[in-house]
Design a protein around this ligand. Structure first.
Ligand code: FES
Length: 242
């Protein structure tokens, strides 16, 4: 854990989807898949963001509120102040694994997949879901890593028409996986946790919450089901959602 604020310049900005931008900074940190950093906008707010890559540090930010609107206006050369990394990381099992990301929830799952050696990434199946084809993030990135990628859209504009949970249920009925990792809407992760529990498969989820003290575990703002998400999480075993 690093509580010292660091300032880095934005080296490049990628448009991932109409709502999501990737910011690559001229800074590197030591972090594990699943961990996050706190970005500080002086005089305004401080928010947690999952790490896509630690070196150079890459963050993927969806425009979902006032803080992220300000971040989305930042350009190459602008400065970002952050502290971290914080939180617990994924316990990565060897063998066939299944990653399920709802929308920009794929961020920590991408870090997980990229931390696995290239020759073993063929054992990774990724299910990415979004409302429409345009909103599907990281599909090309996961394919470039060598993972098998399946997509779902609510409107059927790409891949399976329906929810990630439906596709996941089908996959778990047909194939054997050593572990399941999921990040996205709570309702999706609950269903994934239930499916994994029924099949007796190791499952971890990345919980999202409102953070205030972010990483210190002292304010209680982030508690979900009595769990201190900023410190004990954000990665938990799926059974906490059962
Ligand atoms: S944000 Fe303060 S305890 Fe988690």
């Amino acid at each position: 854990m690093n509580n010292i604020y660091q300032t880095a310049k934005i080296k490049s900005v990628e448009i991932e989807t109409p709502k999501v931008k990737n910011f690559i900074l001229d800074s590197s940190i030591r972090a594990e898949p699943g961990q996050y950093v706190m970005i500080w906008l002086p005089g305004f707010n401080e928010k947690p963001f999952g790490i896509v890559k630690p070196s150079p540090l890459m963050l993927s930010i969806a425009k979902i509120g006032p803080t992220t609107e300000i971040i989305h206006k930042l350009k190459v050369g602008d400065k970002v102040t952050f502290r971290g990394p914080y939180g617990q990381s994924f316990k990565i099992k060897s063998g066939k694994i299944l990653l399920i990301g709802g929308g920009y929830g794929v961020v920590p799952l991408y870090f997980l997949a990229s931390s696995i050696s290239p020759e073993k990434r063929k054992n990774i199946t990724v299910v990415i879901g979004a409302r429409t084809k345009k909103e599907l993030p990281f599909v090309t990135k996961f394919k470039k890593l060598g993972c098998k990628v399946l997509v779902t859209t609510d409107d059927g504009s790409a891949g399976f028409k329906g929810f990630t949970t439906q596709l996941t249920e089908d996959l778990l009925n047909r194939k054997k996986f050593k572990a399941v990792y999921s990040c996205g809407p709570m309702i999706m992760m609950k269903k994934i946790a239930q499916l994994s529990h029924t099949k007796k498969i190791f499952c971890q989820v990345s919980l999202e919450s409102f953070f205030k003290c972010g990483g210190f575990g002292i304010c209680g703002e982030c508690c979900v089901n009595g769990l201190i998400v900023c410190k004990e999480g954000p990665i938990f075993e799926g059974k906490v959602l059962l």
